[in-house]
Design a protein around this ligand. Sequence first.
Ligand SMILES: [Zn+2]
Length: 168
Amino acid sequence: MGSNFSAVKCTSHGCNGFLLPTCPTDSNSEWMCSEKDCNVPVCSVQISNLFLDVKNQIRQASELEDFRLLLEKFKGKLLHPNNYFIINLECTMIRLIDKIIPEKDDNDTLQLAKWQIELCRHCMSVADLIQPGGNQFRGNYNNCQMHNKLSYHDAFEYGNSLVPGTKN
Ligand SMILES: [Zn+2]
């Protein structure tokens, strides 16, 4: 499928590959690295333990900053950037930013909105890999006032060119 929705960073020293189950429908399947030269299989128990640990760490997070730190720690380092735990973290952060924005001043709001757009874009790119086209998953992000925020962002980025020039 190529979405890497379950992929985990390979633990072999210096390897940049990602581990995936050899048989995705079997929960006891061995996991192998995406790099051809990296042939050491990893047992499913080891992966389950890793996921359990990740889950516990996420469960303890409550503030946006906690989630941000976890994202930094996991994304591309322990888990593939498209791993479902990463997408879950990003979804949570999108919702938290929605809650926080009304309490912030304009400058912070703009930064948070930009950040939220990045998170939304990544989530949507993964949603497209899993189920291209219109679907519920994608629909949820469109509902998070994306359009308003994108307009806000664009208005800021291109603000100067949008202001009509004064004519003599
Ligand atoms: Zn590897």
